[in-house]
Ligand binder design. Structure first.
Ligand SMILES: [Fe+2]
Ligand SMILES: [Fe+2]
Length: 241
């Protein structure tokens, strides 16, 4: 069956959605609620995303995959293919624009949800061990990707103008503080293509390696959903309202 692996992974990515997500695209959240969300995002994967990518590179994948990962690490760590600012730093610019204290976002310790720790630990474990395609799939497909993977791959993902971004419209974030989203619009399409090509060109469509790749992405999705449930709960949100 051609592309069985691609379709299985896409089907998982289609479901990378959490019920609380639409609340972040609507007005009404307090700064305190947003801080809970952003602190956990920052510490689960935003701050260390370039390092997680570098861990996959350090597993020594084939040359074409190394090159793609090295470019991704370079951009995420330095932003020199976009604005000259690392993506974790662009995330903190977003915090400034939302009037969320960046020191509170960056602070270690404090209230830290166990489900966030479980998800973070999984990401570190998955990127620290062979086989490299499993590590790469978790980071470059699951973490870096979204439920819009099909559209990203088809080149048909529609992006609203930056002024229409919910952080600008509902939370007063100046457009100049939305460079993270702009950097992603500029360079992330390539990272999506590279991520998928790396896996699909090196993992046989069927067999034990394909099963491990799918299993790891499934596990990432499961732990991410639990993490998102617990953030929503800590923010005082519930599916019913
Ligand atoms: Fe990237
Ligand atoms: Fe990024």
């Amino acid at each position: 069956m051609p592309h069985a692996l691609k379709e299985r992974l896409l089907a998982l990515m289609d479901t990378k959605h959490h019920w609380a997500w639409p609340r972040f695209e609507a007005p009404g959240l307090t700064r305190e609620q947003l801080l809970v969300h952003f602190r956990h995002e920052y510490h689960t994967y935003v701050r260390d995303f370039p390092v997680l990518l570098a861990r996959v590179l350090a597993l020594g994948p084939p040359p074409a995959v190394r090159r793609a990962l090295a470019e991704n690490v370079y951009e995420e760590s330095t932003g020199k293919l976009s604005f000259g600012v690392s993506h974790p730093e662009l995330f903190l610019e977003l915090m400034d624009g939302l009037h969320i204290d960046r020191a509170a976002v960056e602070a270690e310790g404090g209230h830290w949800l166990p489900a966030a720790e479980t998800y973070r630990r999984f990401l570190w474990q998955a990127t620290g061990a062979q086989p490299w395609p499993v590590a790469a799939a978790v980071i470059t497909i699951f973490v870096e990707g979204s439920r819009h993977e099909r559209a990203e791959l088809a080149g048909t993902r529609a992006r609203a103008p930056i002024e229409a971004h919910p952080w600008a419209v509902h939370y007063g974030c100046p457009v100049k503080n939305l460079r993270l989203m702009q950097a992603h619009a500029l360079v992330e399409g390539d990272h999506r293509d590279d991520g998928w090509r790396s896996i699909l060109e090196h993992v046989p469509d069927e067999g034990p390696l394909a099963e491990r790749v799918v299993g790891a992405v499934e596990r990432a999705l499961q732990l991410w959903l639990r993490y998102r449930d617990s953030v929503a709960e800590a923010m005082g949100l519930s599916p019913s309202g």
